[in-house]
Design a protein around this ligand. Structure first.
Ligand SMILES: *Cc1c(COP(=O)(O)O)cnc(C)c1O
Length: 423
């Protein structure tokens, strides 16, 4: 009876060395036997392992790569209870916003801040709490779509607020806002300014600045999107890099009179996926009290990570914030690391350009250094452990040093060396 198919259980047990839990191995064994190829079960184990959520090396040169989870940030948090909603002073119930929210508010000069699950949730909650069912003025030049289905008119509709469009795609003036406010039928509760984020209109353009919009007599909400806390970048020893020039920042928007700013946690802020609503305490409080706030609130994992991130900002320690460390690493340092890979063979160390990505700073290029290897080796690099995600252009594979963490250098160098010498 040699060629009778093996039992599912026996086959699953034979795969135990893979370390995968038994029920998953049973699924694989069942599939392999049903397909009449039990000998391929080990390949299915490999395929399943590869499809699982895992660390990867970002060698694309795109700092905030949406497919790779935007900003890398994972502080070690203790596996423990926390005082998430306990006031340790009084022993009574506290607020989960008192920790990370308060520190982020301190870091951007806001009176108060709360945290929700992402930037889209921050906008949705703000509109629902401060405007619905009344009108919100937005310039036609700012009715943007950010990747992944965030469209300002649709979020507005979901919030229950009514969109009042003013101006044109390329030019909107303060007078346009004033005219909309003067029309009582519009019943305006808020003015919202939305950062264009992932595109630019150039040429014959005009848009009022925050200072003008803040004086219209209704609260101004600036959806700045990317979460630059302060345009002076006090956490960077060398001050702000030139490529940040036109990016709106939370502190400066609030100083100019915005009632609130909303932004993402995992873009230029460099933290976990989250959304932050920061600004005037009374407006933040109304957002926190709205019933949607409960549905949109993150848990202690995210709040713990943001708490740690805010402390690193306040300590002005960019080296401890992976996004800023990578974005501002000196080009000579990248080149020295690339040369140190000693890839040899057909590979070269070449100049490259990295980009912020993540729907921020379109057109911005950050000088970088890459290893260039003739041919498309992206599939082989993805099969490495951990997987290495590289970029291919005109039949040449590029591994960009700016987004590779130094602790991954040895792994990337070894993978590239084996490909360069295999040719
Ligand atoms: C990115 C972005 C959003 C959406 O934020 P998510 O965190 O991706 O939900 C909203 N508004 C602006 C202006 C953005 O740039």
């Amino acid at each position: 009876m040699q060629d009778r198919p093996p039992s599912v259980d026996r086959l699953a047990r034979s795969l135990a060395g893979s370390g995968l839990p038994h029920p998953l191995l049973v699924d694989i064994a069942r599939t392999a036997i049903a397909e009449g190829t039990p000998e391929l079960a080990a390949d299915l184990v490999t395929a399943l392992r590869r499809s699982m959520l895992q660390p990867v090396v970002n060698a694309t040169g795109v700092l905030l790569h949406t497919n790779l989870g935007r900003a890398p940030f994972a502080p070690a948090l203790p596996e423990s209870y926390t005082n998430l909603e306990l006031d340790l002073g009084t022993g009574r119930r506290g607020s989960r916003h008192a920790h990370a929210g308060a520190l982020l508010a301190r870091a951007c000069g806001a009176e108060s801040a709360i945290i929700v699950n992402n930037g889209a949730a921050a906008v949705l909650l703000t509109l629902a709490a401060l405007a619905a069912p009344r009108g919100v003025i937005v310039s036609r030049g700012e009715l943007v779509e950010i990747g992944g289905g965030f469209r300002v008119p649709e979020v507005m509709a979901q919030s229950g607020a009514r969109l009042v469009e003013v101006g044109t795609t390329n030019r909107t003036r303060t007078a346009d806002y004033r005219a909309a406010l003067d029309n009582a039928a519009n019943d305006i509760a808020l003015v919202m300014q939305v950062h264009q984020s992932n595109y630019r209109i150039v040429g014959f353009t005009e848009a009022p600045d925050v200072r003008d919009l803040a004086m219209l007599g209704v609260p101004l909400v600036c959806d700045i999107g990317s979460g630059l806390l302060d345009s002076a970048c006090p956490w960077l020893p060398g001050g702000p890099p030139t490529w940040l020039r036109d990016e709106p920042a939370a502190r400066q928007s609030l100083d100019a009179g915005a009632g609130l700013v909303t932004f993402s946690g995992d873009k230029l802020l460099g933290g976990p996926q989250a959304g932050i609503i920061a600004g005037r305490a009374d407006l933040v409080e109304r957002c926190a009290r709205h019933p949607l706030a409960r549905a949109l609130r993150p848990g202690s994992l995210v709040l713990g990570a943001l708490h740690e991130l805010a402390l690193r900002y306040l300590a002005r320690d960019a080296e401890a914030i992976p996004f800023w460390r990578m974005a501002t690493a000196p080009i000579d340092e990248l080149r020295a690391r690339a040369v140190g890979y000693h890839v040899g063979g057909t590979a070269d160390v070449v100049d490259s350009v990295a980009v912020p990505g993540g729907g921020t700073l379109p057109g911005v290029q950050i000088p970088s250094v890459a290893i260039a290897l003739p041919g498309d080796h992206t599939a082989a690099l993805r099969a490495a452990s951990p997987p290495i995600i590289a970029r291919v252009h005109e039949q040449t594979t590029f591994a960009d040093l700016r987004t590779i963490a130094p602790h991954d250098d040895a792994h990337v160098a070894a993978a590239l060396r084996s490909l360069a010498s295999a040719r």
